[in-house]
Design a binder for this molecule. Structure first.
Ligand code: 59J
Length: 580
């Protein structure tokens, strides 16, 4: 039968034979192809499925104050992650795991089941290494640990706005952490490991790239002054029932910011319940009208023209000045119908200042304001920093010339205001602002003639020390200078000024024997006893300046005669002036 069939269908038999032959040839060719021709490619593909690269986190650079006090520290933490796929085989261990993690067992089980096909999910991040190890010791299949770093801020809310913080992936999100992220971050390394099909780590092969640690950063901040400033500002905010505030201390010779604090603030180590208002580094990101503190600038501009000297007088009677339909008013009754230039500052006469402004012209004031940084870029590059606004003098009509000369229609930040006063304090030379500790003397620019700056120093000292001066700004044992300001706040919506909300300002410097420190105090909407800058902000200036001069071991320049003649000399606490 077989033979018969074979004989009956010889072409079929040959066809099957031929097809078999082709198949054998094709398979042989494929074997040779895979084993010889594509060998390297395929091996690489296989390895790629089992050889993995795990990042090695880089240690983030330490941030310190100018004396090496730590402000942001990276501590090692353990992050636990899970291969949820792998975890499905040992569900009986889940309750123990949940207990060790302090998580709800039901919630954890639901999560693991809903993500059952995921090979990587975070279980918990940022445990202490001990906590992490105790969970790993349970040896739950599919649970792994990785080493990471987490930032800790030892000074907490006192340096929060300045230092900022990092996100969970250790990248800078705010403040210096963000501004200097590249410098601080370093570069993550790579470790090659072999994993099996389920993603279980079989063996550590090698470090293919070492992590490059981030670089440390020493800020210009002096933590002692930062604490002092924070305490005094906070107390003043509470006592005056104020909404917010800022305080900046600057070294006028080096351009370094020694302290910068704001209220309200927050604890960067626990950012739950954080409200946006707490996070604002107001000293740099909030702009305001400088009000009468601006008179120090306009007066310097007047002296610079050579047309005015301190003993020149201006009639301020009757305390108002009509410009078209606009009335300029003095708030307090002045000492007399006529004031000299120092008297205009002491009495804070808007009328007197306006008359001088008309004489010297808007451009003169504008040019000086611009040179000393009002409404100009500080170059600090701080995240969210505002530039403010100094309108061009070409757009100032008579009313604007007047109001700008006493600080309205121009907007500045607290840091710009302290910078402007630093030029007066440093005999007319301005140093660029910096938030970083500087070791060599900075390049300064003469922006006000030296004799004008010195005359202004004397006049601003009178503003504090004269019989009708802002006595609350005085500092025991030292001569200091400054100017208060009380500015109505512009009310949102309407284009005008609010009847009952004020900003109390004080800007000053000292000691007068050799001015070194400039301080600006801004208190937003005081609502209790009073609201005048001379009442609310001047005492804060006094306390902070007093503490600063003492901490920096500055020799008193205003001791009463009995003390000066005392046999016990004033011995500085530390021979190096506290800066070493
Ligand atoms: C003032 C203003 C608002 C804006 C006025 C303060 C103007 C003005 C329009 C009324 C309180 C008040 C552009 S006051 O800072 O003159 O610091 O110790 O807000 O004048 O024209 O009930 N400061 N303040 N002015 N506006 N526009 C004085 C003065 C100042 C003091 C006190 C009393 C104002 C001595 C302010 C202080 O020097």
């Amino acid at each position: 039968m077989m033979k018969l069939e074979g004989a009956l269908f010889p072409w079929r038999f040959r066809l099957v034979l031929g097809l078999l032959g082709i198949m054998v040839a094709a398979i042989s060719w494929r074997i040779i192809d895979l084993q010889v021709v594509d060998r390297d490619f395929l091996k690489g593909q296989g390895d790629a499925r089992s050889v993995r690269h795990i990042p090695i986190p880089a240690h983030r650079g330490l941030i310190t104050d100018r004396n090496g006090e730590p402000l942001a520290v990276s501590t090692p933490v353990t992050t636990l992650w899970a291969n949820a796929k792998e975890m499905q085989q040992a569900k009986e261990k889940w309750p123990a795991l949940a207990a060790a993690l302090g998580q709800d067992p039901k919630a954890l089980a639901e999560r693991l089941e809903s993500q059952a096909n995921k090979e990587f999910i975070y279980l918990v991040r940022g445990l202490t290494p001990e906590q992490g190890q105790s969970v790993l010791d349970l040896k739950v299949p599919g649970v792994y640990g990785i080493e990471e770093f987490r930032r800790f801020y030892p000074a907490g809310e006192v340096t929060a706005h300045m230092v900022g913080f990092t996100d969970i992936d250790d990248r800078g999100r705010e403040g210096v952490e963000l501004a200097y992220d590249e410098w601080l971050a370093g570069v993550a390394g790579k470790r090659q490991v072999i994993k099996d099909r389920r993603g279980r780590l079989i063996k550590d092969v090698q470090v293919t790239k070492n992590a490059k640690a981030g670089k440390p950063l020493a800020l210009s901040i002096d933590l002692r002054l930062q604490y002092l400033a924070n305490r005094e500002l906070r107390n003043a905010i509470v006592e005056n029932g104020a909404k917010a505030g800022s305080l900046v201390i600057m070294d006028v010779k080096t351009g370094e910011i020694l302290a910068m604090v704001n209220q309200p603030t927050y604890n960067p180590n626990n950012r739950r319940n954080l409200q946006p208002a707490m996070m604002r580094n107001r000293a740099m990101i909030d702009v305001f009208e400088p009000g009468s503190t601006m008179k120090a600038v306009s007066m310097a501009a007047a002296l610079e023209t050579g047309r005015w000297k301190p003993s020149d007088t201006v009639e301020v009677y009757p305390g108002t000045l009509q410009i078209g339909k606009y009335t300029i008013r003095d708030v307090s009754k002045t000492e007399g119908p006529v004031l000299d230039l120092t008297g205009i500052l002491i009495n804070s006469s808007n009328v007197g200042m306006s008359k001088i402004a008309f004489d010297i012209g808007g451009e003169t004031i504008y040019r000086l304001a611009q040179k000393i940084g009002l409404g100009q870029d500080t170059g600090l590059g701080f995240p969210g920093e505002r530039v403010g606004n100094l309108p061009n003098y070409r757009d100032w009509r008579k009313a604007e010339t007047a109001t700008l000369s006493y600080g309205y229609g121009v907007s500045v930040t607290a840091i710009q205001l302290v910078h402007a006063f630093s030029a007066l304090a440093n005999n007319g030379r301005i140093a660029p602002l910096t938030l970083i500790k500087t070791d060599k003397a900075p390049q300064t620019t003469q922006v006000i003639p030296e004799n004008v700056a010195k005359t202004m120093q004397g006049m601003l000292q009178q503003v504090i020390e004269a019989p009708r001066g802002v006595f609350r700004a005085q500092v025991p044992a030292y001569h200091v200078a400054g100017k208060s300001g009380t500015a109505r706040k512009t009310s949102v919506g309407t284009k005008g000024y609010a009847e009952n909300s004020y900003r109390s300002l004080f800007a000053g410097f000292g000691p007068m024997s050799d001015p070194r420190y400039a301080i600006v105090v801004v208190i937003d909407e005081p609502s209790k006893a009073g609201y005048f800058g001379g009442l609310v902000s001047a005492p804060v200036f006094s306390k902070v300046m007093s503490g600063t001069l003492r901490l920096m071991n500055i020799t008193p320049d205003n001791l009463p005669p009995t003390q000066q003649a005392s046999t016990a000399p004033v011995v500085p606490l530390k021979a190096d002036g506290g800066r070493g």
